[in-house]
Structures are given as structure tokens and as C-alpha cells.
Design a protein around this ligand. Structure first.
Ligand SMILES: Cc1cc2nc3c(=O)[nH]c(=O)nc-3n(C[C@H](O)[C@H](O)[C@H](O)COP(=O)(O)O)c2cc1C
Length: 348
């Protein structure tokens, strides 16, 4: 398993929409962690180019992450919302697509990478078998025990356990508004529930930004920690300047569907606050809000951009990614060494 071969149990979270670059993935892999390319929002050809570029930069293993496609939403479910937003902002066409799913799977089967991970759902068993036959490991992101059981049944090798703290979209297989009434599981809660219920290596993700938190995830049973927001300010990341600059500011994060029609965690801003009841309609709302997001990004209006961020965003530093991996590894080892002395606190 790739996880057994890594020099450090640190995984770069795939981050679609700009931040993920071949340079960032390669820097993390070169430093002994596992870099990831995000395939989300890319056509299969563009993904192939990024894979080729990453291979030029490193001979170390890296992964590719895909969005599992959902189903189209009836236009009457999102039309009133878009009409409301459209009174204030320019909008695009609310179209549905499957993110070039078949073409990406065909490419990955023909020209495999060491790991293929999935979010937003679990691929069919036959699709996982096809990737296995090509020589790839398959990781599936889960947010609950029932999702983990589905992933294992389909043949997943590794579970990525995404806690509520995580920046960006929730990986939930189906985004249901009726679930909003219950709290999503934190990464520590999810890790405990998964280690008790299933037998697969687990990569913990969500709000992990320090060596101590990586150590905590390992102590709680994770095989590795996957960090996203912690890498957003690295020079190799393709994060927009506006986004980069907002991360160190102490702002609460919140879950929202306002920008994309799928629940995601971002820095609180006016657009999120103005649209608390945005409907589930992904990717239709994502496409519709695309012009307003890019206009706001170019005009420097942070109140109308999706500033995806996990709960520990103020801890993100501007260190080069390789340096960050090395610093986090040292800090995690220190924290684990301190932990081996901790049994002294049990006096009974
Ligand atoms: C800007 C951004 C984009 C993301 N895009 C993806 C993605 O394309 N695929 C995916 O599986 N997860 C994506 N995520 C979620 C991450 O994989 C991971 O769960 C999250 O970053 C962990 O929480 P943290 O940001 O607090 O480290 C994204 C997260 C962020 C912050």
C-alpha cells in the first residue's frame, strides 16, 4: 500500500478550482508525503496534461482525485434562488454535467497513477475493479459509517475520513437538506466510529494544520492525515490572491450551498449570509454563479467569492510546500514523543 511506503504520513488534500497544481503535488510527494492532483472541474485532456507535468517534476507517487457525478436537479428547484441572486449579480447558465467522468476514468485506466481518490460519492464496484486492474489504489472519501460500509462493499482500499471541520465541499455521497438539522461528525468522532466499525486504513482530514493534530489523528487510529487549507498559502498553490490574503484573518467559517448548490465550508462573507436557504442543485448553481465569482475575484470583492477554508485556516503559512511537510513531520514526531511520556498522568 502507498501509505506504507510514504516517508511521512502527510497527504496533500486535492483542491479543485485553482489551488491544486502539479507544482504543489510534486513538492509534497518529493518531501516524502503524498501529493494529489484535483481533477474536479477539469476536462479529461486538461487532467492528462497536469498528470504529465507532475511526472516531469517528480518520480515519487501521487494521486488524482475525481468528483463522483450526481443527478440533475429539476430547474424549478433552483430557478427562484437564481432569480433572486440574478437581481444583484451576473449569472451563467445553470447546466448539469458529469464532470467528464467516463473520459477521466478511461484515461486513468489507460495511463494509471498510483492512487485515485473520490469525493461526492462512491464509484461502482466495476469502476473500482477497472482501476485496480490498471494498478491503482482506490481511496473513497466518507463522512459517516454507512458511507464507509458502502465504500468497502464497492472495493475501496482506503477510506478518507472527512470531518465537519474540513474546508471546501463536504464529501457526503448525497447532499440532503434534511440532514442539515443534525450535526456533521467532527474528524475525531468519525475516526473513533470508523475504527470501531470497519477494517480499512483511514486517512483523517478536516481542520488538521499542525504536527500535534497529525499526531492526534495517528494516535486515534488514522494511517495518515490529509491537509488542505494548511497548503493554500504555499507559493506552489494556485490559490487566488484574494483567497490567500483572507486566510490569516480571524473570520469564522460556515457551511453554505450559496455558491455551488452543494454544502461546503468557507470563510463567512456577505454572500453566504445573504443566502442561508440556497437549495441543493449541484453543479447547476456552481455553473450559474461562476461569472459572479470571477467578477468578484477580479474586482477584489471578497464578499462575493467562495473562500473555501477549514476551521483552522489562520494557521496556514506561506512556507514552501516541501518545507511545510518537513516542519509538520518534525512537529508531529515531537508531539508523539511527548505522548509516549503521557502515561505518567494516569496515576491509577
Ligand atoms: C479550496 C479547497 C478545495 C477543495 N477541493 C476538493 C476536491 O477537489 N476534492 C476533494 O476530495 N476534496 C476537496 N476539498 C476538501 C479536502 O479534500 C479536505 O477534505 C479538506 O481540505 C480538509 O480540511 P482542511 O482544509 O481543514 O485541511 C477542498 C478543500 C478546499 C479548502
Amino acid at each position: 500500500m502507498i501509505l506504507d511506503e510514504l516517508r511521512t504520513p502527510i497527504v496533500l488534500a486535492p483542491m479543485a478550482g485553482g489551488p491544486s497544481t502539479p507544482e504543489l503535488a510534486a513538492a509534497v510527494s518529493e518531501a516524502g508525503g503524498l501529493g494529489f492532483l484535483a481533477a474536479g472541474y477539469l476536462r479529461a485532456d486538461a487532467l492528462a496534461e497536469r498528470i504529465a507535468r507532475t511526472r516531469e517534476l517528480t518520480a515519487a507517487p501521487f494521486g488524482v482525485n475525481l468528483f463522483a457525478p450526481g443527478a440533475p436537479t429539476a430547474p424549478d428547484r433552483f430557478a427562484p434562488y437564481l432569480e433572486q441572486v440574478g437581481r444583484q449579480f451576473p449569472l451563467g447558465e445553470p447546466k448539469f454535467d458529469d464532470d467528464d467522468w467516463d473520459a477521466k476514468l478511461d484515461r486513468l485506466a489507460a495511463d494509471p497513477v498510483p492512487v485515485v481518490s473520490f469525493t461526492f460519492g462512491c464509484p461502482a464496484a466495476a469502476e473500482i475493479q477497472r482501476l485496480h486492474a490498471a494498478g491503482s489504489e482506490v481511496w473513497v472519501t466518507v463522512t459517516s459509517v454507512p458511507e464507509a460500509r458502502i465504500a468497502i462493499e464497492a472495493g475501496a482500499d482506503v477510506l478518507v475520513a472527512q470531518g465537519a471541520e474540513a474546508g471546501g465541499h463536504r464529501a457526503t455521497f448525497v447532499d440532503r437538506p434534511e440532514d442539515d438539522a443534525t450535526d456533521p461528525l467532527s474528524v475525531l468522532a468519525l475516526l473513533q466510529l470508523l475504527t470501531a466499525a470497519v477494517d480499512r486504513p483511514i486517512v483523517a482530514t478536516g481542520g488538521i494544520a499542525t504536527g500535534a493534530a497529525i499526531a492526534a489523528a495517528l494516535v486515534a487510529g488514522a494511517a495518515a492525515a490529509q491537509l488542505g487549507t494548511a497548503f493554500l498559502r504555499c507559493p506552489e498553490a494556485g490559490t487566488a490572491a484574494l483567497h490567500r490574503d483572507a486566510l490569516p484573518i480571524e473570520t469564522p467559517t460556515m457551511l453554505t450551498r450559496a455558491f455551488s448548490g452543494r454544502r461546503a465550508r468557507g470563510l463567512r462573507n456577505q454572500f453566504i449570509l445573504d443566502h442561508p436557504d440556497a437549495p441543493v442543485a449541484y453543479p447547476e448553481i456552481h455553473y450559474a454563479t461562476s461569472p459572479l465569482r470571477s467578477a468578484a475575484r477580479s474586482s477584489g470583492n471578497a464578499d462575493a467569492v467562495n473562500l473555501w477554508a477549514g476551521q483552522t485556516h489562520t494557521l496556514a503559512t506561506e512556507a514552501p510546500a516541501g518545507q511545510l511537510v518537513r516542519d509538520l513531520s518534525v512537529a508531529a514526531k515531537d508531539a508523539l514523543n511527548r505522548t509516549t511520556r503521557a502515561p505518567g498522568v494516569f496515576r491509577a
